[in-house]
Design a protein around this ligand. Sequence first.
Ligand code: HEC
Ligand code: HEC
Length: 317
Amino acid sequence: MHPKTIINNIFFVLTLFIGSTLWAEEPIKPIPLHVEYDRAKAKLGKVLFLDPGISSDGTVSCHSCHDFDHGGADPRPVSIGVHGKKGNVNAPTVFNSYFNFRQFWNGRAKDLKDQANGPIHNPVEMDMVPKEIEKYLASNGYYTQAFKEVYKRPPSYEDMLDAIAEFEKALYTPNCKFDRYLRREKGVKLTKQEAEGYRLFKMLGCVTCHNGINIGGNSFQKFGLIIPYKWKEGVPDRYDITHDPKDKNVYKVPTLRNIELTAPYFHDGSAATLRESLQKMAYHNLGFELSKAEIRAIEAFLKTLTGEKPAILKEGD
Ligand code: HEC
Ligand code: HEC
């Protein structure tokens, strides 16, 4: 064989090999087993997250709408803030939100620190001004001591946001069955139904929008791509930011991790159960109806995405 042909052949085989490993690569990535965070800051952030004292009427904490026993989300279709004021949108989970490319349904906050600034000022959430919060923190013996230890200065609004964001970094849920399967851990096998659900999830195209480490949280997509979904003035979609009509009902794709714990579903909390959300998703975004068996299989797959409760929540104070 001519040397050039040999080289060409080697190249050809090499391309095939690289290609096939790329194709074999899974579209979903496991959550790292350890995420680095500053323990002292996160511990202070945890106390702040649970404290209704940072809201204007002293009744609403971050936890009021992001319940740790509810996968870090709100079991109510729309959140209720200070003075019983109703919001217009379902609170997404704070678990694993650190892995999202932006925060909020329309991505208006670039990171967690930027995000935490939002609910505090929001008149239907905590309705508080930084000065009032600083006064409250400075009047509290625990906080003056803790901020001095952690930040080496008196409590400030900026440092408070920093501590809360550090705590949220610690809210990751590793080791779900599916991650352990992806890591090829010994003895971890998907059941036939779970494996069928995953196959459908890829084959039907769910994975084009729900992929990566958070199985979502990394792009903006339309709800109602094929069959339009009703649009309501004032929803926090991309249109709210860009005012471009094609951005109506475009949202950050929500994470599907711990999805069995975070009902109701969608930005408006309109699907009460996971099955209902799957029916609506397939109908509006893929343009067809799923069979009962398909729904059951996808649901079984989605339930393998429930991870361990964040370690920081198991630690006592
Ligand atoms: C009154 C209910 C309420 C309170 C109190 C509240 N949130 Fe939220 N939170 C929401 C709602 C509703 C959204 C979605 C709003 C949107 O996207 O427009 C949200 C979104 C978020 C997100 C974005 C998650 C994502 O995937 O985009 C994070 C993170 C978050 N909240 C953290 C916090 C923190 C920290 C606090 C306390 C400082 C807090 N929340 C207080 C209701 C609340
Ligand atoms: C074109 C992109 C796209 C495709 C394809 C897609 N989704 Fe979604 N998915 C979204 C968006 C955007 C939302 C948020 C919609 C909203 O809240 O209004 C969402 C929401 C969801 C939710 C609710 C999450 C929550 O926390 O409220 C589930 C469950 C879901 N999708 C599962 C699926 C499944 C299963 C498939 C395949 C049958 C699928 N999705 C296909 C973009 C997509």
